[in-house]
Design a binder for this molecule. Structure first.
Ligand code: FAD
Length: 501
């Protein structure tokens, strides 16, 4: 293979999403003379703009989908190759692309992201949402839809059911409460009434990253806004563009065929038993559908709670699978249980000179007690940045320690138009019975939950404009014994910031 190499780069990065682009930027600015290449399957790259460090670990930024020429103009030593990697040969340190070229590398970073776990492959009535194309396909299908079924309980499903109007939404969640990935039942209870309420006009400026779509001379370029990103992908190809970001739906009208506002009903604690066409349904002896709707929908979904619903289409929002396939054959990567490439505390995989960052990897170092991996925009940026630093440090024979951003899990986002801040073990992840919850809730205004373990704060959920994030972040980081202040901690009449000053 080595004799066929078109060129060998010092650093080769695969994937033009946030992780790959941040890694490229980091490497290109740290070692300006190095030959860096970015190979990406999609036509655009994603760039972080308006980056703002909100507190020690909380960050906000916009994400712009740009033509890759922007990156090449900024970094003269960068080459962007638009093709998909179809094979990796770690022995000969080379990759093969779909258009038949072979490139060598000294150090490689795989940032190929993830793709939606679809309930079923190749069913035209089952959609995922990952990138601009799939979001537009969703919008198109929705415009003539009267009822859709959304399956899944993560961020994408949450956002979707809240945003869709003019179409009945049946929302099937496997948990006892909505939004289980991010919230407990209490927070879900705070949000559930909003599904029945009329959606307010967007008066509050959105602090998340935003996507707009504009035509440029070079071709179309999309600017998305994101601090939560919606991933999705149609039932089509898997080597599509990067995952969407938060506010993926802004600028896209999510309006169904009917003149109703929002109409959502939640089916709790159920999964999908079967998906069938109307013909298959009619020949099925055990269907429990209302007879007036039999045969009138293009697709039917049977849930494990015994109910069957007809609908125009089904949205599969049940998580992502790391995009590892092209890299595995013939190599010896250690994979994590979730299918991600295992990486150590220097973002290195089990193959020599191969790093990975973002959704494709699974952080397998010993985590700080307050941090967990979640496949989110912010972590893709942090991992890409840190992977770039590690690659440069290794080439320069410098020592490097795990970055501070991996000390504390922190995430700012918006759900149902409320600001949401998640800190540390916000859902008591892994704490077992050794936890105490303090909750303050004002209906329609705010929901504050603190997780204590051994009298110390280990996590928090803040919904609404609570202004508590910085103080709570400090309390989690400094692990102060809060036993004496337990009763005052969430007292709304006490200025907690002053209190701990
Ligand atoms: P991606 O952004 O997926 O980029 C992967 C890149 O690799 C793409 O450019 C792709 O073209 C390229 N690629 C893939 N395979 C190959 C190959 N074989 N060869 C060459 N190139 C390849 N996170 C949040 O924080 N907040 C949210 O609100 C939020 N909402 C989301 C909503 C949706 C619908 C989705 C899908 C995701 C959402 N996420 C959200 C998660 C977030 O988008 C991802 O965590 C983040 O984008 C991952 O970045 P990445 O760079 O690892 O991967």
């Amino acid at each position: 293979m080595s004799d066929k190499k078109e060129k060998t780069f010092k650093f080769l990065i695969v994937g033009g999403g946030i992780a790959g682009v941040t890694c490229v930027e980091q490497l290109s600015s740290q070692i300006q003379s190095a030959d860096v290449a970015l190979i990406t399957a999609g036509p655009h790259i994603k760039a972080v703009t308006n980056y703002k460090q909100v507190s020690k670990t909380l960050e906000e930024f916009d994400v712009e989908e740009q033509p890759s020429s922007v990156l090449e103009e900024k970094f003269p030593n960068l080459t962007v190759i638009h093709s998909a990697v179809k094979a990796l040969h770690t022995q000969s340190h080379s990759v093969e692309t779909a258009d038949g070229r072979v490139f060598g590398y000294e150090k490689l970073c795989i940032c190929s992201g993830g793709r939606p776990k679809l309930l079923t492959q190749d069913n035209p009535y089952v959609l995922g949402i990952r990138d601009t194309d799939s979001a537009q396909e969703f919008q198109k299908r929705l415009s003539s839809a009267k009822r859709i079924v959304v399956v899944g309980n993560g961020g994408i499903a949450l956002e979707l059911v809240y945003e869709v109007e003019g179409c009945e939404v049946i929302w099937a969640v496997k948990d006892k409460a909505i939004g289980n990935t991010f919230f407990d039942a209490g927070a879900a209870q705070f949000l559930v009434p909003l599904l029945d309420a009329v959606k307010p006009e967007r008066a509050v400026p959105c602090k998340r990253t935003r996507y707009t779509t504009e035509e440029t001379a070079v071709g179309s370029s999309h600017t998305f806004t994101a601090d939560r990103n919606l991933r999705g992908c149609g039932s089509g190809p898997t080597e599509s563009g990067s995952a969407l970001g938060p506010d993926w739906h802004e600028g896209i009208v999510l309006q169904g065929a009917e003149q109703v506002s929002r109409r959502v009903s939640v089916e709790y604690q159920c999964e999908v038993e079967k998906i069938f066409t109307s013909e298959e349904l009619l020949s099925s002896p055990r269907q429990t559908l209302r007879t007036d709707t039999v045969g009138t929908w293009p697709v039917y979904i049977q849930l494990t709670n015994g109910k069957t619903f007809g609908c125009d289409f089904i949205v599969s929002a049940t998580g992502v699978v790391p995009n590892t396939e092209p890299f595995l054959h013939g190599n010896n990567f250690a994979l994590a249980d979730d299918g991600g490439l295992q990486v150590d505390d220097h973002m290195m995989t089990s193959e020599p000179d191969v790093y990975a960052a973002g959704d494709v990897c699974t952080a397998c170092w010993e985590h700080s007690p307050m941090w967990q991996q979640m496949r989110l925009w912010t972590q893709a940026r942090q991992m890409g940045w840190y992977a770039g630093r590690c690659m440069a440090a290794h080439v320069l024979s410098e020592l490097i320690e795990l970055d501070f951003c991996f000390e504390l899990f922190s995430h700012i986002t918006k759900f149902f138009n409320y600001k949401v801040v998640l800190l540390g073990k916000f859902n008591g992840q892994g704490l077992g019975p050794d936890q105490e919850l303090l909750v303050r809730c004002t209906k329609g205004v705010e929901y504050v939950k603190v997780v204590l373990s051994g009298g110390r704060m280990v996590g928090a959920v803040l919904i609404g404009d609570t202004d508590l994030e910085e103080t709570f972040e400090n309390l989690i980081l400094n692990q102060m014994d809060l036993t004496p202040y337990r009763d005052e901690l969430l007292n709304p009449n006490i200025d907690i910031e002053d209190y701990f000053d």
